[in-house]
Each structure stands twice: as C-alpha cells, then as structure tokens.
Design a protein around this ligand. Sequence first.
Ligand code: ZN
Length: 315
Amino acid sequence: MNQPLFLQPIFQERIWGGTALKEQFGYPLPSENTGECWAISAHPNGPSIVKNGPFKGKTLIELWDNHPELFGNQKEQVFPLLTKILDANADLSVQVHPNDDYADKHENGELGKTECWYIIDCKPGAELIYGHTAKSKEELVSLIEAGSWDQFLRRVPVAPGDFFYVPSGTIHALCEGTLVLETQQSSDTTYRVYDYDRFDHQGNKRELHLQKAIDVSTVPHHDAKQNVHIESKPGVEITSFIKEKYFSVYKWEIDGRAEFTQDQPFLLVSIIEGNGKITINNESNSIVKGDHFILPTQTEQFTIEGQLKAIVSHI
Ligand code: ZN
C-alpha cells in the first residue's frame, strides 16, 4: 500500500463542546455540543475507519493488528498515537493524566497520556491552564482541598499558532474559546481535579478523581522545554515543535510544490488550512482542510502541491 490512508473522523459529545468543528471544518456534527473530533484514532472508544483503497471500511485497529507492514512492523501492542481536534466552547475540567506505569497498574493496561496542543484558533484574550503554583505535595493537597483555584492554577495566554507540550503529570485545562489540534498517546484516561461545579444535561456533576490526580501530579510544576525551529525548503516551510519520547510534531506550510521522502515508519497528517493535492507514484489525491490521513511505510517519495497548512506527527 503506497497511497495515503484517508480516515473518517469520529465525533464525541462533551458538555463543553460547541459547533466550531462544523463552522471551521464543515464536518457533519451529531449535536450542538460536539467537543472532540477523533481524527486519527485506534482507541477502542472511537476507532477511525479507512475511507479509500483496498482497506476501505477497515478500522485502524484492524490494520495495526493485521497489517503491521504498513507501519514499519512496530512492536507496540496498540497503535500508539491519537490525533484529535477539540472545540472548547466552554472551559474543560481541570485535569491531569497518568504516565504509562500508573495507567498500566490502575487503568487495566491503558497507556499513559502525554499530549500536546497546536492552537488552530482562539478568541482574543483566550487562556489555558498549564501547571500550578504548589511547591510540595502537601501544599498541592491543601490548595485542592480548600478549593483555592485562583491561587493554585496557573493561567497562560494563548494565540493562534501557539504550541504546548503537556507531559503526563501536568495539571491543565483548555479554556473557553479555543480550537486545538491535539496529538497524544492513544489513551482515554483523565483524572478530573475541578469541574467548576457544573452540572451535565441530566443534572449531575461529573465525577472527580482527586486521589488519583494527587498521586500523579508533578510537583513542583516545570514548564516543558521546547526547542522550536523552522526550516525552509522549496515549496514548504517546516516548523518542528517537539521531538520527545512519544511523538514528534511539525507544521508544514506548503506554498507551491514540495517534495518529501518518507524517513519514518509512518506519518500522521491533518490538513488544518487550505487545499491541494498529494501525488505518490503518479497517483494524485486532492486534499483539503479537515482531511486526515496516514502515510504508510511504503510511501517512499511524495509530492504535495497547493496552498495549505498541515500538522504532521510520528512516533
Ligand atoms: Zn488532557
């Protein structure tokens, strides 16, 4: 298989979701509270389905299990990454995720969750919660127990194009008015610390997971190191945001015609702006904002033409 595997997104309703995924990407949404587009997923809570080619109709889970050659014959049991687009129409709960060891022990063998965010769009003055002020576990516990959220939580301003690396153990939350592309480990484990005392549509408060959150939170918080660099090649400017244990993430800004060599086992590509086409072995596919695809190992050389922006990741 030397062609892109285009994937059908899965949508998840959330109390903090809205309609930006339809307004911005034209997706047919199941409700007015759609919070998450699971764009490239092999997680059992929402696996992607292939839209084209000989594997049309198969899930990404089936491909990972039965066609490891597409992914360079990795040893991991499960497809390791998950790409989402999140519409934070309201504040998300303040939360923290476990690392691999803790999730394996306490969550039935789930992966931990290290994630990162590319801010696609946000309203003026938007913020997010990234880290906290406690200097010791004792201080963390007492600030949480006292509900001293203004004192405890660290708010940072955000602008379109910003990038944040969120290692497991980081207390964080997306806040109202942000549209984010998230690249993360393939995990659905979240420990909620604070949910603004909100009620869901059934009139219930969502469960908090204070003890687990306290267990896994990194104290004191350190801002993750980032080493962003930009490289210009014919037809493309490549911004490298992060190269870490679980993933590397880039932005490709294509203007004209750019040639690429596949030097990874596989690439995850999400088109976040513009349109164009991708050509491999004389076969072309048009690509447009909102498309998500995987370039398997066998796509050795490829050309992208057009005016577009993509977020690209690999293990
Ligand atoms: Zn998170």
